[in-house]
Design a protein around this ligand. Structure first.
Ligand SMILES: Cc1cc2nc3c(=O)[nH]c(=O)nc-3n(C[C@H](O)[C@H](O)[C@H](O)COP(=O)(O)OP(=O)(O)OC[C@H]3O[C@@H](n4cnc5c(N)ncnc54)[C@H](O)[C@@H]3O)c2cc1C
Length: 538
């Protein structure tokens, strides 16, 4: 049994990037079809807490400007951002957020009736707008999904994208997809947009939900599109510590709690961030996560596997209304955050790298586009500035739909009728449990050559070739391939920069101020390339 459907644009993913793209594409008159491997609301977007970083006209701190937001993004990115991409995306923010509000998203008002704003790590001003206190992603997802349903944009839930279909000339012109029963089907289209989100499930403990398995990166690599900056996985400094050996999605304690005055302390009550960085507890995330890890290992001699976020001096009623999600998550582990410090530890949170693409979502392959967390536009460099990713999804999602429209009109895209349908792919699949264990042990914060080699050996020994004929096989193959790409990049980068901390090369090296590209050889091995004019070529 098999099935078939056709559209102008196939969007993979129902997070902020995919839904924004689908809505914009439909408004331009394109026939758009959205597929997602789970329920429509499953993805990183709905879990976003802190907010969207944006400098809105007439609604900003005195002296704050879009250019200051650009400057903060560049500092956080530790020398690896693409400045043109940063400018384009950050400057697109005000219009994108205004459009989201017009769609019906409800953000929290401040006492002056304008939007309330908070501050997060690395930001030099209060410019993060939020919804539902600390439930911004849920509101963004709700508003976009409701507009999608109102506009009757078709969404196929529980359909997993397996591989890109290509024409004989090498253009992407569709997808192989498994339906909820695992029956393979063919979707053809002139353009495919990957909006498949992140890869937090590479690690044992993560803020990401179960769907974040790096599928889009694997699909793009196998189709022949390069990925870049994959060694830069941001660990969120403050994920709720739920006990030794925590697994899977762990609740986040948003950085905005520190923005409102909470501080990190160890078991003795000593401040963790004092003297580490001029912004102390509000230093960029890579700095705070590495400082906590160092503090636990050195100051506390490795006896602690978590620290505490002390918010007990904040007003109790304000905490409950401003951070309802955090408050209720803390109560579930028996901690009342207005009375006791919150136990926290760093956990895998955000993929700074991804499929190489420009700010219009174009990748190196005709017909293949990428937007959101799966993409590497150059916005995040070696470390994402807090709350810049919902912004990226909103801006690049819309721009990618416009790029597809323009490319269709100019005849750049292939006739989907020419798509060749091969057999389902066969790929190496490692045991997920072992993979997550070695990735957490050797490829998290604090990596060194020997440990990275151990991960490579474990993957080599445990991986077996499998036909990708189920969602779990697709995910496990993606985790295996993305781990390999990450390990290769992390091993080669003999310096510490942003989220990539090498204990055997602890200093930043100016000679490494460049992105690394990963491609697959014809036999499926990841190989590294140097990147010159990287995104210009995309
Ligand atoms: C706990 C948490 C808090 C965060 N807080 C913030 C914040 O305050 N501000 C901010 O800017 N960012 C925040 N982020 C990051 C931000 O939420 C994400 O980067 C962003 O939402 C990603 O959106 P996306 O559209 O790229 O992907 P997602 O929202 O992750 O959506 C991915 C979609 O792709 C689908 N998919 C994946 N693989 C396949 C496949 N093979 N076939 C079919 N479908 C597939 C998934 O099912 C899902 O629908 C946070 C993230 C987390 C986890």
């Amino acid at each position: 049994m098999s099935w078939e459907a056709r559209a102008d644009l196939l969007v993979v993913g129902t997070g902020v990037a995919g839904l924004t793209a689908a809505l914009r594409a439909q408004s331009l008159g394109l026939r758009v079809l959205v597929v997602t491997k789970a329920a429509a609301e499953d993805g990183n977007t709905r879990w976003a807490q802190g907010g969207v970083a944006v400098v809105l006209p007439g609604q900003h701190d005195e002296g704050d400007t879009v250019d200051r937001h650009v400057a903060d993004t560049l500092v956080a990115g530790a020398g690896l951002c693409d400045e043109d991409a940063v400018r384009a995306i950050v400057h697109g923010g005000p219009a994108a957020v205004t459009h989201l509000l017009a769609l019906g998203a409800v953000f929290d008002p401040g006492p002056d009736g304008k939007l309330a704003r908070t501050r997060e790590g690395g930001h030099s001003a209060f410019r993060v707008v939020h919804a539902g206190g600390d439930a911004t992603g849920a509101e963004v997802e709700r508003a976009l999904l409701s507009a999608t349903r109102d506009g009757q944009v078709p969404v196929l839930e529980n359909h997993v994208a397996v591989q890109a279909l290509k024409t004989p000339s090498g253009a992407v012109a569709g997808l192989h997809v498994l339906d909820p029963s695992g029956v393979p089907g063919v979707l053809t289209a002139s353009a495919v947009l990957l909006a498949t989100g992140g890869l937090g499930q590479l690690y044992q403990a993560t803020s990401n939900p179960e769907v974040a398995t790096g599928d889009g990166l694997a699909l793009a690599l196998r189709a022949g599109a390069p990925v870049a900056d994959v060694e830069f996985v941001q660990f969120h400094p403050t994920v709720l510590y739920t006990g030794q050996g925590a697994r899977g999605r762990c609740p986040l304690v948003t950085e905005a709690v520190r923005g409102e005055g909470a501080v990190l302390v160890d078991a003795t009550g000593a401040r963790v961030m004092e003297g580490v960085h001029p912004l102390a507890d509000l230093a960029p995330r890579d700095v705070v996560a590495a400082a906590i890890t160092r503090h636990m290992a050195l100051e506390r001699g490795g006896i602690d596997d978590h620290v505490f976020l002390d918010a007990t001096h904040l007003d109790a009623a304000t905490f409950r209304t401003r951070f309802p999600t955090v408050y209720s998550a803390c109560l579930t582990v028996g901690v009342d955050p207005v009375v006791s410090p919150i136990p926290v530890a760093p956990a895998a949170h955000f993929a700074c790298g991804g499929v190489v693409s420009d700010v219009d979502g174009r990748t190196g392959l005709v017909g293949l586009y990428a937007a959101g967390e799966v993409a590497s536009t150059g916005l995040h460099g070696a470390n994402r500035l807090a709350s810049n990713s919902l912004l990226e999804g909103l801006v690049v999602g819309a721009r990618a739909a416009e790029a597809v429209f323009a490319d269709l009109a100019s005849g750049r895209l292939a006739d989907p009728g020419l798509a060749v349908v091969p057999d389902l792919p066969v790929a190496p699949v490692a045991d997920r449990d072992s993979l997550q264990r070695v990735m957490s042990r050797y490829a998290a914060i604090g990596r060194e050559a020997e440990g990275l080699a151990v991960v490579g050996s474990v993957l080599d020994v445990s991986a077996v070739d499998r036909v990708l004929d189920s969602r779990i096989a697709v995910e496990d193959a993606a985790l295996t391939l993305v781990s390999r790409a990450l390990i290769a990049s992390a091993w080669a980068r003999r310096e510490s920069r942003g989220c990539h901390v090498r204990t055997d090369f602890p200093e930043r090296d100016a000679g490494w101020a460049r992105s690394q590209l990963v491609r697959l050889t014809p036999t499926g091995q990841p190989v590294l390339g140097n990147v010159t004019a990287l995104r210009g070529a995309a």
